[in-house]
Design a protein around this ligand. Structure first.
Ligand code: ASP
Ligand code: MG
Length: 403
C-alpha cells in the first residue's frame, strides 16, 4: 500500500517525539508499505514566528509572513528525514515547492491549485521515504505561500489525492472521532467508521482533530482518511465514502454547537422580496445564516427568526439596523444564550422516526425546542444554552450510542 502519514504539531512537539514519529514511520515501511510523510511545525512554533513578526509590525507583509511561517514545517521535515536516515532508511525531505504543490496567490491563506507529484513519485520509486513540509506551496511567480492556520492537514489530503494513496492517516493527540464530546458524556464511544457527510455535520466533534476544509477535500478527491493518535497503537476512525460503510448505524453521533446566536426580527413588513433583501444583505456582509423561521403574517407584518455564529453577530446587527431605520422592521432582539444540538446519521435516510425520538427526548427532559431544522442525515434543534449538556447526554442515551 501507499500510505500518507501526517503528524501534527504535538506529535512532533520535541526531539524525542520526532524520534517516536521516525520509529512509527519505520515500522510502517518494514511492513512493506510505501510511505509519504507530511509534517506540521513543532507545536507552538508557528505562533512563536507570528509573535516575532508582530514585534516589528502590527501589519506585516503577507509575502514575508509566508516566507517566515513556512520555515517551521521545514525544520520538522528535515529533522525527521535525518532521524530516518540515521535508522538506516533512505529518506528525503521536501519543501512544498519540491513536492510540486502549486497554489493561488492568496498569501497566508492560499488554495492549492494543482500538484505535480512526479518528484515525490520518483523518490518513492527509488525506495525513499518522502517527508514533505506541510502547510505550504508556491504560487506561479515562485513565491512561497501558506495554506492558512492548521493547513498541513490540507497538504496531506491533497498529496494523498495526487498520489492516489490507499490511505491518508492524520496523527494527533486525540484517538479518533467519538459519538459525542467525551467531556460532556464520558460514555461516548470511538467510531470505527464514518462517512464524509456525517463527519462534516459532526464538525464540532472533529474540530480538534480535523479541519472541515480537509474533510471536504478528502470527499472531493475520494481519499480514505484515518484520524488516530501518535501516542499509542490504538486504531483510529476511518472517514470514507458512504458506500464503503456496510452496516449503517441509524445515528452516528450527537453534535453540540454553543457558538450560535439567535436574531429575532419583529414586525417585518410583509411584502414580496423582503426576505430576499434582508438575507442578500446579510450574505454580502459575509454573515453565515443557519436556521431561519418565518411566521404567518398578521396585519401585514411578520416575524422572522434566524441563527448566526456568535462571531458574525456584530456584522448581522449592522445589517438589521438599516432595515429598522428605514421602517421595514419594527424591532429586533438578540439572544446569545442558545445552542444547537444535532443528531447525525446516514441511517436516517431510510428510517422514519429519528426526528420524533429527538423531540420526545427533549420533552421528557422538559427542554423547550426553539427552532428545528432537518436535512437528509441530520436533525438540529436550537435550545437554551443552559440545557446543552443535558440534551446531549439524553440524546446519546436515547439512541443508545454507548452500546
Ligand atoms: N503550523 C501551522 C499552524 O500552526 C500549520 C499546521 O500545523 O497545520 O497553523
Ligand atoms: Mg495542526
Amino acid at each position: 500500500m501507499l500510505i500518507v502519514q501526517k503528524f501534527g504539531g504535538t506529535s512532533v512537539g520535541d526531539l524525542e517525539r520526532i524520534q517516536n514519529v521516525a520509529n512509527r514511520v519505520s515500522t510502517t515501511v518494514k511492513k512493506g508499505h510505501d510511505v509519504v510523510v507530511v509534517v506540521s511545525a513543532m507545536s507552538g512554533e508557528t505562533n512563536k514566528l507570528v509573535g516575532y513578526a508582530e514585534h516589528f509590525s502590527s501589519n506585516p507583509s503577507r509575502v514575508e509572513m509566508d516566507m517566515l511561517l513556512s520555515s517551521g514545517e521545514r525544520v520538522t521535515a528535515s529533522l525527521l528525514s535525518i532521524a530516518l536516515q540515521e535508522m538506516g532508511h533512505k529518506a528525503v525531505a521536501m519543501t512544498g515547492r519540491k513536492a510540486g504543490i502549486v497554489t493561488d496567490n492568496h498569501h497566508t491563506k492560499a488554495r492549492i491549485e494543482e500538484i505535480d507529484p512526479t518528484t515525490m513519485q520518483n523518490a518513492v520509486k527509488e525506495g525513499k521515504i518522502v517527508v514533505v513540509a506541510g502547510f505550504q506551496g508556491v504560487n506561479e511567480d515562485g513565491d512561497v505561500t501558506t495554506l492558512g492556520r492548521g493547513g498541513s492537514d490540507l497538504s496531506a489530503v491533497a498529496i494523498a489525492g495526487a498520489l492516489q494513496a490507499d490511505l491518508c492517516e492524520i496523527y494527533t493527540d486525540v484517538s479518533g472521532i467519538f459519538t459525542t464530546d467525551p467531556r460532556i458524556e464520558p460514555k461516548a464511544k470511538k467510531l470505527d467508521k464514518i462517512s464524509y457527510d456525517e463527519m462534516l455535520e459532526l464538525a464540532s466533534l472533529g474540530a480538534k482533530v480535523l479541519q472541515n476544509r480537509s474533510v471536504e477535500l478528502a470527499k472531493k478527491l475520494n481519499v480514505n482518511l484515518v484520524t488516530r493518535t501518535s501516542f499509542s497503537d490504538e486504531e483510529g476512525t476511518l472517514i470514507t465514502k458512504e458506500e464503503n460503510i456496510m452496516e449503517k448505524p441509524l445515528v452516528s453521533g450527537i453534535a453540540l454547537d454553543r457558538n450560535q446566536a439567535r436574531i429575532s426580527l419583529l414586525g417585518v413588513k410583509d411584502r414580496p422580496g423582503i426576505a430576499s433583501d434582508i438575507f442578500n444583505k446579510l450574505a454580502a456582509a459575509e454573515v453565515n445564516v443557519d436556521m431561519i423561521i418565518q411566521n404567518k403574517a398578521v396585519d401585514e407584518t411578520t416575524n422572522i427568526d434566524f441563527t448566526v455564529p456568535v462571531g458574525d453577530l456584530h456584522d448581522a446587527k449592522a445589517v438589521v439596523e438599516e432595515f429598522v431605520k428605514n421602517g421595514e422592521i419594527q424591532d429586533e432582539s438578540y439572544n446569545e444564550d442558545i445552542c444547537k444540538v444535532s443528531v447525525v446519521g446516514v441511517g436516517m435516510k431510510s428510517h422514519a422516526g429519528v426526528a420524533a425520538k429527538a423531540f420526545s427526548t427533549m420533552a421528557q427532559n422538559n427542554i423547550n425546542i426553539n427552532m428545528i431544522s432537518t436535512s437528509e442525515i441530520k436533525v438540529s434543534m436550537v435550545i437554551d444554552e443552559k440545557y446543552a449538556e443535558l440534551a446531549v447526554r439524553s440524546l446519546h442515551d436515547a439512541y443508545q450510542l454507548d452500546k
